[in-house]
Design a protein around this ligand. Structure first.
Ligand code: SAH
Length: 397
């Protein structure tokens, strides 16, 4: 027993004194400054035991010395392969509480650290899964993950769409390919019984913006008999939820011609008339400046203005501008759903920017409700860094 402990200890990563709190707080990340030593011959990306400075086994993780964020913990004690399987099972079980494939068969099945699976995101589109691998360590576990997924779920295909900029730091190239089974060019999914066409291969992100599902439901509930402006409309998610609930008309604005064509197809796919709706291929800022905003509901769901920390200042200007233009022109008694998916702009800062926009516009504005991510993007209380999306529903007097 003693000699075996010694053997494992000698093969583990040793943390510096005082750094074991990472484990006690169940946070998944280890930065290079916390590591005292790697065992001789350690191959980056391999799973390895982690020890405190006084030789206590803390858990297991994988490391990549190329990156400042060098370690990700897979298990806080138990066998890491067992824990990997357990985390995956728990992620699948959790989704069953919220989703029934008859109504909604597209959701995020694994949300990285939110599901205690750092470096791994899996989106489910009907019987197809899309993997995003962010780290060398998860890359090395890929075949095991594929094996588990094919055993646990009745799926037809697994596709990898790993294009995160963080892969460079890990020494990984982008990878887009079928890993198992097949994947048609177009997939039809269901969200609240509405049908959506999407393309995993050529679409934005993995094909659909799953994270805004609950906001789309919210807007649906408010839309009966109303005229809506859907800015940054992509595949028409908000548009269709509104039309389903009896909206009078929805105008969509997106800079991408492909996105507008896709939203037209999705409107038709669900049996609604595209003739009755408006489609504007242009920059939203320009649209808002040049048009009267005679709508009862406006949606502003832009892409992240701050993708990096150094973008924060310009992103703040962007959010402040876009909201103040809307605030100045929207009808009295109208509602604005305004969102930010910039991780680096937290909820308090976003609210402050909205306050500044209201001040710029000299308009009385009330927050009716604040919303965060949909249920398939759970946030691990021990590791809150996956929390990025903020949506505020505002009432303009
Ligand atoms: N609300 C959508 C997701 C929006 S994704 C949903 O529920 O599915 C962001 C969209 O904004 C993309 O379709 C992108 O083409 C579009 N976009 C990005 N910058 C833009 C700009 N400046 N003006 C108009 N559209 C823009």
């Amino acid at each position: 027993m003693c000699s075996q402990t010694l053997r494992i200890q000698m093969n583990g990563v040793m943390l510096k004194s005082g750094k074991e709190s990472i484990f006690h707080l169940r946070h998944h990340w280890i930065f290079s400054g916390a590591v005292a030593s790697y065992p001789k011959g350690y191959q980056d990306g391999s799973l390895i035991p982690v020890f405190s400075s006084n030789n206590q086994l803390l858990g297991y993780g994988y490391f990549n010395r190329k990156s400042g964020l060098c370690g990700r913990i897979i298990s806080f004690g138990e066998d890491p392969y067992l824990q990997l399987e357990r985390s995956l099972l728990q992620a699948i079980e959790m989704r069953k509480r919220f989703f029934n494939d008859e109504e909604t068969d597209a959701y995020r099945l694994v949300n990285g650290e939110g599901d205690s699976l750092p470096g791994l995101i899996i989106d489910k589109y009907g019987p197809y899964l899309v993997l995003q691998i962010g780290t060398l360590g998860m890359e090395k576990l890929k075949s095991r993950i594929i094996d588990l997924l094919t055993r646990l779920l009745p799926i037809k295909g697994i596709y990898e769409k790993s294009t995160a900029p963080s892969r460079k730091e890990e020494g990984l190239e982008n990878n887009e390919e079928i890993l198992w089974g097949d994947l048609p060019d177009e997939v039809i999914i269901k969200e609240d019984t509405l049908s959506f066409e999407l393309s995993v291969k050529t679409g934005q992100k993995t094909g659909f913006f799953l994270d805004q599902r609950e906001m789309r439901r919210w807007i649906g509930k408010l839309a009966c008999g109303k005229r809506l402006l859907n800015c940054f409309s992509y595949s028409g998610g908000f548009t269709l939820h509104a039309l389903k609930q009896g909206a009078l008309k929805v105008d969509s604005v997106d800079i991408s011609a492909e996105a507008l064509a896709l939203s037209r197809r999705n409107i038709a796919l669900n049996g609604f008339s595209t003739e009755a709706q408006g489609f504007f291929q242009m920059d939203v800022f320009k649209f808002l400046r040049e048009n009267p905003l005679d709508y009862e509901i406006v949606i502003l769901d832009p892409p992240a203005f701050a993708k990096k920390k150094r973008d924060i200042e310009s992103a703040c200007r962007g959010y402040r501008d876009i909201n103040s233009i809307a605030f100045k022109k929207m009808l009295p008694g109208s509602l604005l759903l305004t969102c930010s998916c910039s991780y680096h702009i937290d909820e308090a800062l976003f609210q402050k920017l909205l306050f500044q926009s209201a001040h710029d516009a000299n308009r009385q504005i009330r927050i009716v409700s604040k919303h965060r991510l949909s249920a398939d993007h759970p946030i691990n209380l021990f590791h809150p860094e996956t929390d990025y999306l903020k949506s505020f529903l505002l009432y303009l007097s």
